[in-house]
Design a protein around this ligand. Structure first.
Ligand code: PGA
Length: 244
């Protein structure tokens, strides 16, 4: 299997170890193309990259980034947009050139155009060198939820009622809660030359195990990573507790 599993002790160690993987990519190719992710898991990793940048160990000055997904209908200035999240946790704190950071354009209502443009931009940048992923409890990566088949390219998804309900607490007006998102497809993710998946906490233990050792099925979208030639999975002790 082409998946390397790295077990660490806790969230801080997982964050540091995963940040080191990205730092190594930046050191060997300062102009590398990095795929990034939102969610709570990568926040500590982004803090580590900020520290490395402040210490002069790494620089994002020549790097290009592409995020996995974005809500449709939210401008990047909205504090629940993924663009806002990335600015806050990483981009505004390192030396990246903002014009070289991309998040799907949630403000563009034309889904076909926005998604095709995103896919093309990744290709024109030479493809993604390393793609960071979190993982949902159901195995979703990006907004690719369990389905009957693996979606290939960047596409429009309808959010599940449970996601919409969970998000509603973050919005003043229920009418503002996004019901749709644009996300890289499984094909987009699988084209990355290297994948870095991070997971933390006992609530992720079962899905990490299913992802690494279960059948490859679109019912567990992350299981497709078993078919990728270069995957590193960094877990803390709890998330890795059902693996070996
Ligand atoms: P989390 O989300 O990092 O907040 O657990 C991961 C995901 O749903 O992709």
């Amino acid at each position: 299997m082409a998946i390397e599993l790295i077990k660490t002790t806790d969230y801080a160690a997982m964050s540091r170890r995963a940040a080191d993987v990205i730092a190594t990519c930046l050191e060997s190719d300062p102009a590398c193309v990095i795929g990034l992710a939102t969610g709570s898991t990568p926040i500590g990793l982004y803090d580590c990259l900020v520290e490395d940048c402040e210490a002069g160990k790494i620089s994002f000055a020549e790097a290009t980034t592409f995020n996995l997904d974005e809500y449709r209908g939210l401008p990047g200035t909205h504090d629940q947009s993924y663009r806002y999240f990335m600015d806050k946790h990483l981009f505004d704190r390192v030396d990246v050139r903002k014009e070289f950071t991309s998040v799907p354009d949630g403000a563009d209502p034309d889904a076909d155009a926005a998604c095709a443009r995103y896919e093309r931009a990744i290709e024109e940048a030479g493809g993604i060198d390393i793609q960071l992923l979190g993982i949902g409890h159901n195995g979703h990566i990006g907004f690719n939820e369990p389905a009957d088949s693996f979606p290939v390219e960047t596409h429009l998804v309808e959010l599940t009622e449970s996601t919409i309900n969970a998000n509603s607490r973050l919005f003043e007006d229920i009418a503002d809660v996004p019901r749709e998102a644009y996300t890289m497809g499984i094909g987009t993710i699988m084209k990355a030359r290297m994948i870095l998946l991070v997971a933390s906490g006992s609530d992720k233990a079962q899905i990490v195990r299913d992802t690494l050792y279960g059948p490859v099925t679109p019912r567990v979208p992350a299981s497709v990573l078993q078919l990728h030639p270069n995957v590193v999975v960094v877990v803390d002790e709890e998330a890795g507790s059902l693996c070996g």
